[in-house]
Unconditional design. Structure first.
Length: 358
């Protein structure tokens, strides 16, 4: 474990994400995932509710006065006792087999009713002051349902800056050196020892990956973005969902940069983790709808992990993502993540392509 600031936060965050990621894996193997459609048309499942409950419970145990901005709320569970009970069974049974690790997380959640209150503790408005955790219990819920990539995401903001970030990616390869390839988003295999990784970063301390474990934490290894001498050789990744990122704009930008390799499409912040470990090079997220505002939980952990791995992360105008404005990134449009040395070159191409459309 790295020494310096935020050791306790990193350790608790890694264990909390690990326990929650294992819960989501157990849901994937169930036929009934309790899928509901939310007002923003994104799905939510019993896995999302259960993972959020487990993470908030661990944060409350360790950092009782911190605020929490989480994606989900318990309203649907309060209105449907059968759904509530299904989530409760999952949460009640979720445990790491290492007793010390479980103790760090404060052990089990007390009851179904307290679980609902815990889920609703993620309703902070966020903002520019103080310690605020942000949670996406399952990012890429569509990928999760399809058997593709998804991520359990947790980050700590202090005065609006990301200080700690953790991503649990159960369907990514353990090995950092396995290149990104087409179809990775449809590889549902979770064969023990081959798939499942935790990415993490602490500001100023670099980024790490470690295998997902059912016990305590596995040993972490430093990760870094791949140096690229010629941008035309880059591999870029983008969303699976055409409604989340314009694939036409991404293709035009790639063409301007001389990139000939097809994009790798994958759901979730697994994209940030993948480029941070050097499995791919660029992440392009080009706005489709002018009125869509990105959510802080969709980007906070990935932003820090990529920057600590030697990358730069900005919006399409080249501005850093601003996590200090509440639950959304209302001053940013889209996301462009790239190794530091070539980020300016990519932004130039983005500006040319988007500017030509005005
Ligand atoms: N119109 C839109 N544009 C961009 N992102 C959107 C969007 N509608 C939903 N999203 C977000 O995109 C996230 C998934 O990102 P990706 O496309 O990279 O996999 C979703 O997270 P959840 O799955 O947690 O709801 C959701 O918050
Ligand atoms: Mg959602
Ligand atoms: Mg999300
Ligand atoms: Mg989500």
């Amino acid at each position: 474990m790295a020494t310096g600031g935020y050791d306790k936060e990193l350790n608790a965050a890694l264990l909390a994400v690990q326990r929650a990621t294992l819960l989501t894996k157990s849901v994937f193997h169930q036929n009934a995932k309790g899928t509901l459609s939310k007002s923003d048309a994104s799905p939510v499942t019993i896995g999302d509710f259960g993972a959020q409950a487990l993470i908030i419970s661990a944060l409350q145990h360790n950092f009782p006065s911190d605020e929490i901005v989480a994606e989900e709320e318990a309203k649907d569970l309060r209105e449907n006792s059968q759904l509530r009970d299904t989530v409760w069974e999952l949460v009640r049974d979720a445990k790491l087999s290492n007793a010390t690790a479980e103790q760090t997380l404060g052990g089990a959640v007390g009851s179904a009713d307290s679980m609902l209150d815990i889920i609703d503790k993620g309703d902070s408005k966020g903002g520019a002051k103080g310690r605020i955790w942000t949670i996406d219990p399952i990012d890429g819920t569509k990928g999760f349902l399809r058997g593709g990539q998804y991520a359990v995401c947790l980050a700590l903001l202090v005065d609006g800056e990301v200080k700690v970030g953790v991503l649990g990616c159960p369907n990514l390869p353990v090995s950092d050196s396995e290149p990104l390839k087409e179809g990775i988003g449809t590889d549902a295999s979770d064969e023990e020892g081959k798939f499942g990784v935790l990415f993490s970063a602490v500001e100023g301390q670099g980024a790490q990956s470690r295998p997902l474990s059912k016990e305590g934490l596995s040993e972490g290894k430093k990760i870094g973005m791949k140096p690229i001498s010629n941008i035309s050789e880059a591999t870029f990744c983008e969303s699976v969902e055409a409604g989340h990122s314009s694939q036409g704009d991404a293709a035009a930008i790639a063409q301007k940069l001389g990139i000939t390799k097809p994009s790798v499409r994958m759901d979730s912040q697994a994209k940030y983790g993948s480029i941070a470990r050097g499995a791919g090079d660029l992440y392009l997220r080009l706005p489709v709808r002018k009125d869509y505002v990105e959510k802080i939980w969709d980007h906070a952990a990935g932003d820090l992990i990529v920057r600590e791995a030697g990358g730069q992360v900005t919006d399409v105008n080249g501005n850093r993502l601003d996590f200090s404005l509440g639950r959304t990134l209302k001053n940013n449009k889209g996301v462009i993540a790239a190794p530091k040395d070539v980020h300016g070159q990519v932004i130039q191409a983005v500006k040319e392509v988007l500017g030509a459309k005005q």
